[in-house]
Design a protein around this ligand. Structure first.
Ligand code: ATP
Length: 307
């Protein structure tokens, strides 16, 4: 029973902490770890990866437990879901709001454990390794990057505390945020966040991309921002994301189809099931769900540009 009420309890803690200091997803996970339900197995090993791994979801089912915000008790969110991301490849997940896309990312980061089935990296079940070693291997660019009330340099370097100033600047260059930072009077020493420089959604995402580039993890998760950026900015960020994903095992949670055209494989998720899978071209040719979503989005985009 105790496990069932803890999530509500620690949501309160998180809310207060977030109010006190701006934080980000990694920090939030750390906070959650204090009273989380996912524990390391007593014999958990360090995750050892030789390079970007093959990632598998094997017959994964999942329901958020009773008592968590907004959940109906035990409602299945993912149902017997299987897919593979071959080492160094990119798989994108699309589907309607609430389909379970972001839940995949939460399970991979082991924010929650799967109900049934397994998630494996080069055949190793992620439940058999320490969470710290798993998370070191994963870089996340979350939907809404919330930054620390600290300097730009700290915010980029977080995740690789030993990074030199030159390495931080190189990552910022690659994420196309260096010029903006350099144009501020204090440059990398500029404070950001609530009491400092306010960054736009796109700029914050670039900071998160720079952080991921610097961390250089073998696995990356991109949870695309739901709030649309202007299309020039969006295209530019997508190019930077593609660069950050190149050669890595990447899971892209896409809330817009324009992001996924180049993915090695696209999964169409509906109510927790994969209903279609293939490349953009294959899925258009199938004339199924993806093709209608694409047609709808194209007509929406046209309406927006002709309005
Ligand atoms: P969107 O595109 O709107 O972000 P999504 O496909 O990413 O949606 P998820 O965030 O994975 O959807 O959510 C899937 C379902 O799980 C939703 O019905 C949501 O209400 C529910 N859900 C998400 N997070 C929790 C949680 N912490 N506790 C309980 N239910 C949750």
């Amino acid at each position: 029973m105790i496990q069932l009420y803890i999530p509500l309890n620690f949501l309160g803690v998180i809310y207060r902490e977030i109010k006190q200091s701006l934080t980000d997803l990694d920090k939030m996970f750390q906070l959650l770890e204090r009273e989380r339900e996912v524990q390391d197995a007593p014999d958990a090993r360090e995750l050892q990866l030789a390079g970007p791994p093959t990632l598998r979801f094997e017959n994964v089912s999942f329901a958020y437990e009773r008592g968590q915000a907004g959940a109906e008790p035990g409602r299945p969110i993912l149902r017997n879901l299987s897919f593979e991301i071959p080492a160094g490849h990119t798989v994108a997940v699309v589907g309607p709001s609430g389909a379970g896309k972001s839940t995949l990312a939460r399970l991979l980061y082991r924010f929650y454990d799967v109900g049934d089935g397994a998630i494996t990296l080069d055949g190793t079940d992620i439940r058999s390794v320490t969470q710290a070693s798993l998370r070191r291997a994963i870089g996340i660019v979350p939907q809404d990057t919330v930054l620390f009330n600290d300097t730009v340099a700290y915010n980029i370097g977080y995740g690789r505390p030993d990074a030199s100033q030159a390495e931080i600047e190189a990552a910022a260059q690659a994420a196309r945020i260096h010029e903006f930072i350099a144009s501020t009077p204090l440059g990398y020493a500029t404070m950001v966040g609530e009491r400092g420089l306010k960054l736009s959604g796109g700029e914050k995402q670039r900071v998160a991309i720079a952080r991921t580039l610097l961390k250089n993890p073998p696995i990356v998760i991109f949870d695309e921002a739901t709030s649309a950026l202007d299309s020039a900015n969006e295209r530019a960020i997508q190019a930077e994301l593609r660069r950050a994903a190149s050669g890595k095992t990447a899971l892209v949670i896409a809330h817009r189809l324009s992001t996924v055209v180049d993915a090695d494989q696209i999964l169409v998720l509906e109510a927790g099931r994969i209903v279609e899978r293939g490349t953009h071209g294959q899925l258009l040719a199938q004339q199924g769900r993806y093709a209608s979503m694409w047609a709808l989005q194209q007509s929406g985009a046209e309406a927006a540009t002709t309005a």
